[in-house]
Design a binder for this molecule. Structure first.
Ligand SMILES: C[S@@+](CC[C@H](N)C(=O)[O-])C[C@H]1O[C@@H](n2cnc3c(N)ncnc32)[C@H](O)[C@@H]1O
Length: 256
């Protein structure tokens, strides 16, 4: 007996919708709106935050500070939208830069990856530049909101027809709002702007983060304020519905 998949439909002239469609939006939405799933997911998110679960993983040898679900989501986005430039604010150990570069390699996309990091530690810098995929990667050292960094990113983006941006640096309301205003215009129509850290708004237990963001003021509050200005982006809610455990719920936006 197959516990996981519905039986294949009998052969018909017009096959019905695939009952095993992994992206079936109705199935994902039902799951995402199930109160038991919501409660369990928020509890798990809060508990895993406590242990800094997001530090548990590596991509091709570099620590990648992401939930595995988000790594899969980013892979799907890159496959579907084929950006030739991915800009990431907040590099940390460089795992995501290596991840994007590896997707470009696998997908045979002649792409480049630009990271912006205010505090690139020497051992991380060395490891990124000793990595076999380093030729696709450039790291700009400084704050993502520094006008000279922004000017450099804009110059690079101007060479590309398909640009994707991932915001994952300082998770304060003010900083993310400034990043959204500065980086969103670089994203080309059909490509994605991903805003991580929105999960903080969903964690109802007292995390005692001792950080400059909390459940009220965080990337989600910044994103909501920015979306209120009606930028040409739509939230890919279907993607968030499928993820359940994510650092960026509601933070996957497609430029219209
Ligand atoms: C959540 S970590 C990034 C994780 C990384 N994106 C990954 O997937 O592995 C946040 C990083 O943002 C950096 N950061 C903080 N403020 C910044 C700023 N104003 N500009 C650029 N980077 C900043 C921090 O130093 C830290 O390395």
């Amino acid at each position: 007996m197959n516990y996981f998949f519905d039986a294949e439909p009998a052969s018909m002239a017009q096959p019905p919708a695939d009952p095993n469609d992994p992206r079936d939006p109705a199935r994902a939405a039902a799951m995402a709106h199930d109160p038991e799933v919501i409660t369990a997911a928020r509890t798990l998110l809060a508990k895993t935050f406590e242990y800094r679960y997001y530090l548990n993983f590596r991509w091709l040898g570099r620590p990648i500070v992401q939930y595995p679900q988000d790594i899969i989501a980013l892979q799907e986005i890159v496959w579907d939208t084929r950006p030739t430039l991915i800009v990431e604010t907040g590099v940390a150990h460089g795992g995501s830069l290596i991840f994007y570069a590896s997707l470009f390699e696998l997908m045979k996309i002649p792409g480049e990856v630009v990271g912006v990091e205010i505090e690139l530690r020497p051992h991380n810098e060395a490891a990124i530049f000793e990595h076999p995929l380093h030729e696709r990667i450039r790291v700009l050292k400084g704050s993502s909101t520094d006008p000279s960094i922004l000017a450099e990113v804009k110059t690079i983006a101007a060479r590309h027809a398909r640009v994707m941006v991932v915001l994952d640096s300082l998770h304060t309301h003010e900083h993310v709002l400034t990043e959204l205003e500065a980086y969103a215009p670089l994203v080309t129509p059909g490509n994605y702007l991903v805003c991580f850290g929105t999960s903080v708004a969903d964690v109802t237990t007292d995390l005692d983060l001792k950080r400059a963001w909390d459940q009220q003021r965080n990337p989600k509050s910044a994103l909501d304020a920015w979306l209120g200005t009606k930028p040409p982006f739509e939230v890919d809610q279907g993607l968030s519905d499928r993820l359940i455990l994510s650092d960026g719920p509601g933070g996957y936006l497609r430029r219209t």
